[in-house]
Write a protein that binds this ligand. Structure first.
Ligand SMILES: [Zn+2]
Length: 342
């Protein structure tokens, strides 16, 4: 396939990139509250500093879920993002742990797999749901105190998972390199606020309020500025990548059909999932889909079903995967030692 050069004059000249900034908690929900430090206040300050920086770019539109100390239900935050047709949702939080030595930052993306380690964090951040009236109706079948309810609720769209992980990795990289924070990684869990928003979404735990050093840092204006700056750099880098990807796809689409079979030696698989969790590549972990395989690239694992020489077989299996809830499954082709998406 001919390589199409990227016209740099067109890159960066794209449509408006809308980012929703969500300061965690607010109002009667202070989030973590340690040594007179409320998570909701730090989150709001960081979000405002971050928003101000992003607003200086004419091609970036910033939408806030809150700019004051007000209580917002999780579904309202997601509604704001969905109504804005945002390209990216960034939720800012602070962590806490029983051990005061716990430190560093982590970024969460919506996960599809239950993981006992993650449940505690999820329950903490989702626990605001219990402060909401009629949460049972709003979050059908979603009881934040019942781990088993996650299984059914995580029948989710994964369309944005790769992008969310990409954004999460950038955030982690900036915190580690620029702020010298301990990198706790990109993690996956079933946060309601991420589950309800239909766009690439991340939830950033900027540091531990239970750790004296990190609390002091997060409370200080200088610390808040640095944290905002790190997220800002990650957003910009993510947005630039998106632009380039979109441009390449658009350029290629004009010259090649959407799905064309590859050469005779090609093998086809259906990608069903991606994330930082290493799971056994077993059918029982993936709704009994056949022939599960796993690839690793950096800290990201990709999971596939099937391995065919026939494109039609892959198309049929993709339909099956979609019917089992992997609605964003897509076909990848392996040819000459390379993997690419069809
Ligand atoms: Zn929080």
């Amino acid at each position: 396939m001919a390589r199409i050069p990227i016209d740099s004059t067109k890159v960066g000249n794209k449509k408006t990139f809308t980012v929703v900034l969500d300061a965690g908690h607010g109002g009667r929900d202070s989030g973590k509250y340690i040594a007179k430090t409320a998570e909701k206040d730090i989150a709001l300050k960081v979000v405002k500093l971050l928003g101000k920086q992003l607003e200086s770019h004419s091609h970036i539109k910033v939408v806030y879920t809150r700019t004051t100390d007000t209580f917002l239900e999780l579904y309202q935050r997601a509604d704001i993002a969905n109504n804005a047709k945002a390209d990216l949702f960034v939720s800012v939080h602070c962590n806490a742990a029983a051990a005061t030595s716990a430190k560093g930052n982590e970024t969460w993306v919506l996960g599809i797999h239950r993981n006992a380690d993650n449940l505690e964090v999820v329950q903490r951040e989702n626990s605001v749901i219990l402060l909401e009236e009629d949460y049972k109706e709003k979050y059908v079948g979603f009881n934040p105190n019942d781990p088993s309810s996650f299984a059914t609720n995580l029948m989710i769209q994964e369309e944005y998972l790769d992008n969310s992980i990409d954004m999460g990795s950038k955030v982690q990289e900036k915190f580690e390199k620029d702020l010298k924070r301990k990198n706790r990684g990109v993690k996956q869990a079933g946060f309601a606020v991420l589950r309800l928003s239909y766009m690439p979404s991340v939830l950033i735990e900027t540091g531990f309020l239970t750790n004296t050093e990190e609390r002091t840092y997060l409370k200080s204006e200088a610390g808040q500025k640095k944290v905002a700056n790190a997220i800002y750099d990650a957003v910009l880098e993510y947005q630039k990548n998106q632009d380039i990807n979109l441009f390449q796809v658009a350029a290629l689409d004009t010259s090649s059909p959407a799905i064309a079979p590859a050469g005779n030696n090609a093998r086809y698989r259906v990608q069903i999932s991606a994330g930082s969790n290493k799971l056994p590549a077993e059918s029982y972990n993936f709704h009994k889909l056949p022939e599960i395989s796993r690839d690793q690239e950096g800290g990201i694992y990709r999971y596939f079903t099937g391995n065919f020489s026939s494109l039609q077989d892959a198309i049929n299996l993709k339909a099956q995967a979609v019917s089992k809830g992997y609605t964003s499954a897509f076909i990848v082709v392996y040819e000459n030692g390379q993997r690419r998406r069809l």
